[in-house]
Design a binder for this molecule. Structure first.
Ligand code: ISL
Ligand code: CA
Length: 560
């Protein structure tokens, strides 16, 4: 019998450091701020902290543009601070997973500074340099080597005047893509990863790791008539060497080390690719973040939001549970620093705020996979409020707005789109107290605190047994206690209405039945007769019995 991996019963908590807690009153969250809040994490009961980037960075993309992988940015602290954080987490029985951003570096990273310095620099080939398109002069419109649209709007190529060549940047021009075809690049990344593991960290969350292998022939995309550019995703993601690179990394970095966690962020991943990546027999990654469910409400772009069809979320999550089955492994998440807040997006952050926050948590945490909590989700934080454009900070939102004219979009509509799906929604400061700046900083925060902190804050919830926080504590404890949650099979149960997400987990003789009403309506559920007289082990309404489900009602029934 194979011992199940430790992370099957673990819950991960994501810290986005800039917005978590400010230790030195400069308005930006930092490592000392995190060290000061470890009681909160321990009280919640999580096992692992995933820390978004704190490395040295010009902060063009809030730290996802790294200029030194082996140092801490002074706005966040120092290497001594991170050592202290590692030690403190470990002494409290928690682990630390760091962000690994190696599809690209900052343009200020010494590797890129060298690479751009001349055509024959030894590091020239560490990045993707190409001549202008044949027949075009450097700098001429359309001379870019491909017509791809970047993630942050505009072309994916930037001309370097000094050498007359273009470099590839799938994100911002300040984030040039590393050329993973070059073995020296891979060896340098592996060495850096080993250095961090030797320092005591427990794993990596790998940023856009499905983009490291690209079609080296760089084909054009189908152009959008408005911009002349198109979506090159099929050509720069899941390239022919992705699995080879991941297996090599496993051999070079992870073999011989115990109790790690590796999770790949893979926008656009299919169930087939996710299965290949997470099947333990293939020795690649422990789990990946799927993206299907966070695209269900996107229209022609993510800033053209569409209402979610009833049942669409449950249908997508079920598809992933079924596809990864007992071979692969899911990461379970509804939000992170790139997505709107869970309760605002998938729930009802007004009338049914508490009920929907807890119902969504129930259906997510009790699936098969490792749950991820994004900071503030455990108290039900909602989307930020952004009265005008200058309230936004995120490069993705600001660039999209700046280029909206190219697409013929109405600026007022775009602004509304940013309010719904902009990444700043999840980046407002964590609401610790009802006091000034929600207790996040004694200074002026880098982004405005959500005005609802006066009633929505951690302090107000700690001692309230009916709080969202208390409910998360119980859900996390349940995963630790019950093997069926970590290891049981998953089977969706048809409860008669697509808005009712019901499923059964089973392991040997242990059974768990989860039923959630993911809507504002009272619904009658067709519950399996065998569960009729079982009392819930967890519920988000009192008197939870019978077929009638109140809005966003969640019940968990158990039998051994
Ligand atoms: O939010 C998105 C843009 O619509 C996503 O597509 C996002 O860009 C994608 O999930 C990749 O995200 C990761 O890499 C980016 C960084 O900006 C994100 O914060 C990070 O999570 C580039 O490093
Ligand atoms: Ca600070």
């Amino acid at each position: 019998v194979v011992t199940p991996a430790w992370w099957t019963s673990a819950v991960v908590y994501q810290v986005y450091p800039r917005s978590f807690a400010d230790g030195n009153s400069d308005g930006i969250g930092d490592i000392r701020g995190i060290i000061g809040k470890l009681d909160h994490l321990q009280r919640l009961g999580v096992d692992v902290v995933w820390l978004s980037p704190v490395y040295r960075s010009p902060q063009a993309d809030a730290g996802y543009d790294i200029s030194d992988y082996q140092d801490i940015d002074p706005i966040f602290g120092s290497l001594a601070d991170i050592d202290e954080l590692i030690a403190d987490l470990h002494s409290r029985g928690m682990k630390l997973v760091m962000d690994l951003v190696v599809n690209h570096t900052s343009d200020e990273h010494p590797w890129f500074v060298e690479s751009r310095s001349s055509l024959d620099n030894p590091k020239r080939d560490w990045y993707w340099w190409r001549d202008p398109r044949p027949g075009f002069a450097a700098g001429q419109s359309g001379a870019e080597p491909t017509n791809w649209e970047s993630f942050f709007s505009g072309p994916t190529w930037r001309l370097d005047e000094a050498t007359g060549q273009y470099y590839l940047h799938l994100f911002d021009p300040k984030q040039p893509d590393l050329n993973w075809e070059n073995p020296e690049v891979r060896a340098a990344v592996h060495g850096m990863m080993r250095w961090w593991l030797d320092r005591g960290i427990d794993g990596f969350r790998m940023d856009v790791i499905n983009l490291i292998s690209k079609d080296t022939t760089l084909p054009d995309a189908e152009p959008d008539p408005a911009t002349g550019r198109g979506d090159g995703f099929a050509h720069y993601s899941h390239g022919p060497r992705l699995h080879e690179f991941l297996r090599e990394m496993r051999r070079e970095v992870f073999d011989g080390r115990d109790a790690l966690l590796t999770v790949g962020e893979m926008p656009g991943v299919t169930t087939e690719e996710a299965l290949l990546t997470t099947d333990p027999a293939r020795r690649e990654l422990d789990m990946v973040f799927q993206f299907e469910h966070v695209g269900l409400d996107h229209g022609s772009t993510k800033f053209d939001p569409r209402p979610l069809a009833p049942g669409a979320l449950a249908a997508s999550l079920t598809k992933w549970q079924d596809a990864l089955g007992e071979t692969g492994w899911n990461s379970l998440y509804l939000s992170n620093h790139d997505q709107p807040r869970t309760v605002s997006r998938f729930g009802n952050d007004g009338e049914f705020w508490r009920q929907s926050a807890t119902a969504l948590a129930t259906m997510l945490h009790l699936q098969r996979g490792t749950p991820y909590i994004y900071q503030g989700e455990e108290i039900g934080m909602t989307n930020g409020s952004f009265p005008t454009l200058d309230a936004f900070r995120d490069i993705e939102s600001l660039n999209f707005f700046a280029r909206a004219g190219e697409r013929g979009l109405d600026p007022a509509d775009v602004l509304d789109g940013l309010r719904v799906n902009g990444r700043d929604n999840a980046r407002t400061p964590v609401q610790w107290t009802g006091g000034a700046q929600a207790g996040f900083t004694k200074g002026r925060p880098w982004i405005e605190v959500n005005p609802n902190h006066t009633w929505l804050n951690a302090d107000a919830q700690y001692d309230d047994p009916d709080s969202v926080f208390a409910y998360y504590q119980r859900l996390i404890a349940l995963r630790h206690e019950r093997a069926v949650i970590a290891l049981g099979t998953f089977a969706r149960v048809d409860a008669g209405d697509p808005a009712i997400f019901a499923f059964e987990r089973s392991l040997d003789t242990e059974r768990l039945f989860v039923v959630t009403n993911l809507s504002d309506d009272t619904l009658d559920a067709a519950l399996p007769a065998s569960w009729n007289h079982v009392s819930p082990v967890l519920a988000n309404y009192p008197d939870a019995h019978g077929p009638r489900l109140r809005p966003w009602e969640a019940r968990v029934l158990s039998s051994m």
